[in-house]
Design a protein around this ligand. Sequence first.
Ligand SMILES: [Fe+2]
Length: 385
Amino acid sequence: MPLYHKQGKIPQKRHTIFKKPDGTLHYEQLFGTIGFDGMSSLMYHLHRPTQIKEVGASIDISPKAAVEHNIKSRLLKGFQVQPVDDYLESRVTVLFNNDVHVGLAAPKKSMTTYFYKNTDADELLFIHKGTGTLKTMLGEIPFDYGDYLVIPRGMIYQIHFDTEENRLLVTESYHPIYTPKRYRNYFGQHLEHSPFCERDFKLPENLQSYDEKGEFLMKVKKQGQLHHLTYATHPFDVVGWDGYNFPYGFSIHNFEPITGRVHQPPPVHQTFETSAFVVCSFVPRMYDYHPQSIPAPYNHSNIDSDEVLYYVDGDFMSRKSIDQGYISLHPAGIPHGPHPGTYEASIGKTKTEELAVMIDTFKPLKLTQAALDIDDGKYYKSWME
Ligand SMILES: [Fe+2]
């Protein structure tokens, strides 16, 4: 996150004596990415953050390819993924490559008996249904329908839901997730032509620090394994921190669409970037206002990227038979475009209510068996007249 934030109590100067009321020292930890070159935060713990009491079982949760080389356009019915009590067990990877894993989740219960961190990947959670609070070692972020939650790798968190009705799109990125560079100035500030700015971000707040010793289960995702560790102190024992590396939220409803007289290309919808894929937000907006404009997109060949569209709400102008929670996959190598009739039908329309998240990956995606289980199987023929 290219802005400075702090919570709690910190010493005036870094790497100096910072005592607790009883005269003993706090324990400083640098939490950074890209070696010592990326964004980092400095946090102050009540206890040494290095106290691992025991290392238990490791479970292989790496996705397995059911389709290694996909050339078919696909339509996955995302809401057919069944609700599961546990948050981690509810996460079902459907599409993946070495850069990114895309999954669906319908967790019913909050995480209360363990803590979790993904040490390989930044996580981008999109909240399609449900409300709650993301609790992290750096503070809390309340979330709501339409929120993206960006959780940097290594961030210890729990997710608490208000009800059992939750639907999430889960993206794990093996490259850091940033806002688009072209929208930021040399100092990282979002520029005037950016479709969102710093005011739109939900930053960690309400830092809670727990001074507890005991046994705390920490599930660590690393190299496709879910390792079970026992920490000797409460993982949320930070009394203060400052810096640039922290989780944050951003509501898709705060994305201000960029429109034009004629059809604007997908990059105007871009919300996040990585070195291996981009994330775009398609939001309700006015259609193109040239008198001869065709609002529906032209056919296009995404030669360099697989295109994943997750449908959230509203009518999707260029698609037929699309419902909430569906995922379309348009693989690189073959053109795609509006369905028959939708191109013509879009002429004269003045606005759209569509809401969708797009993930364009620069390398082809593989499909898991879980994806095939919810694949409609005939979507690739749906452009036939
Ligand atoms: Fe497309």
